[in-house]
Design a protein around this ligand. Structure first.
Ligand SMILES: Nc1nc2c(ncn2[C@@H]2O[C@H](COP(=O)(O)OP(=O)(O)OP(=O)(O)O)[C@@H](O)[C@H]2O)c(=O)[nH]1
Ligand SMILES: [Zn+2]
Length: 199
């Protein structure tokens, strides 16, 4: 197996200008662009940024549509503890945590891996946690047209940890519910199952 865990990262095309902007940042903070460790940094940083924002070039609806299967299962399907890594649009610093997603099928189920894939499509953009939650919710609701869908995201924001208010332990929770999940019993069942180790 390759030493690189994610080959996608090494096939990224760098948009004109991004590398040069990183050179400008390094220069602007008073560092020496020519010293050994920094010579390739603008290119590395540009590749990393293109990777972290590749969601703009991806189509979440197409991903979901690619694996929808007719099935008469009408109980709740929950995919919990999906890692998210996103960038806050205010500081371009990471926010990271977990997404928990549930839906109740309405004639169609979706390939399980497609849920984390669409989470990444929306997370790999400049985001706020609220919009990330909403984007995932609306995409599943309008594409799969389930009886209901619920999304909960818990995340820590580096812009509140490394700088600014400097709070290391605060966790932000956002949620959104459509259809059956607007009913309190369904929503509570989902919330109970994501907080249980047995779900
Ligand atoms: N609602 C929301 N706010 C966010 C998110 N990520 C970062 N922020 C906040 O965006 C706000 C930007 O506020 P500003 O006052 O313009 O920026 P700032 O001076 O850097 O603020 P401080 O972080 O308080 O130092 C801050 O309160 C951040 O905590 C997010 O996902 N959702
Ligand atoms: Zn921020």
């Amino acid at each position: 197996m390759s030493a690189y865990h994610n080959l996608e990262e090494y096939n990224i095309e760098i948009t004109n200008g991004v590398k040069e902007f990183y050179s400008g940042i390094i220069d602007g903070i008073g560092e020496n662009l020519n010293r050994d460790g920094l010579q390739k940094t603008p290119e590395r940083a540009a590749k990393a940024m293109m990777f972290l924002t590749q969601g703009y070039k991806q189509d979440a609806v197409e991903i979901l549509k690619g694996a929808m299967f007719a099935e008469n299962y009408d109980n709740m399907v929950i995919i919990k503890d999906i890692e998210i890594y996103s960038l806050c649009e205010h500081h371009m610093l990471p926010f990271f945590g977990k997404a928990h997603i549930a839906y109740i099928p309405n004639g169609y189920i979706v390939g399980l891996s497609k849920i984390p894939r669409i989470v990444d499509v929306f997370a790999r953009r400049l985001q706020v946690q609220e919009r990330l939650t909403h984007d995932i919710l609306e995409c599943i609701n309008s594409t799969l047209k389930p009886q209901g869908v619920g999304v909960v995201i818990e995340a820590s924001h580096m812009c509140m940890m490394m700088r600014g208010v400097q709070k290391q332990n605060s966790l932000t929770t956002t949620s959104g519910f459509r259809g059956q999940f607007e009913k309190i019993e369904t929503r509570n069942e989902f919330l109970k199952l994501i907080s249980s180790d047995l779900s």
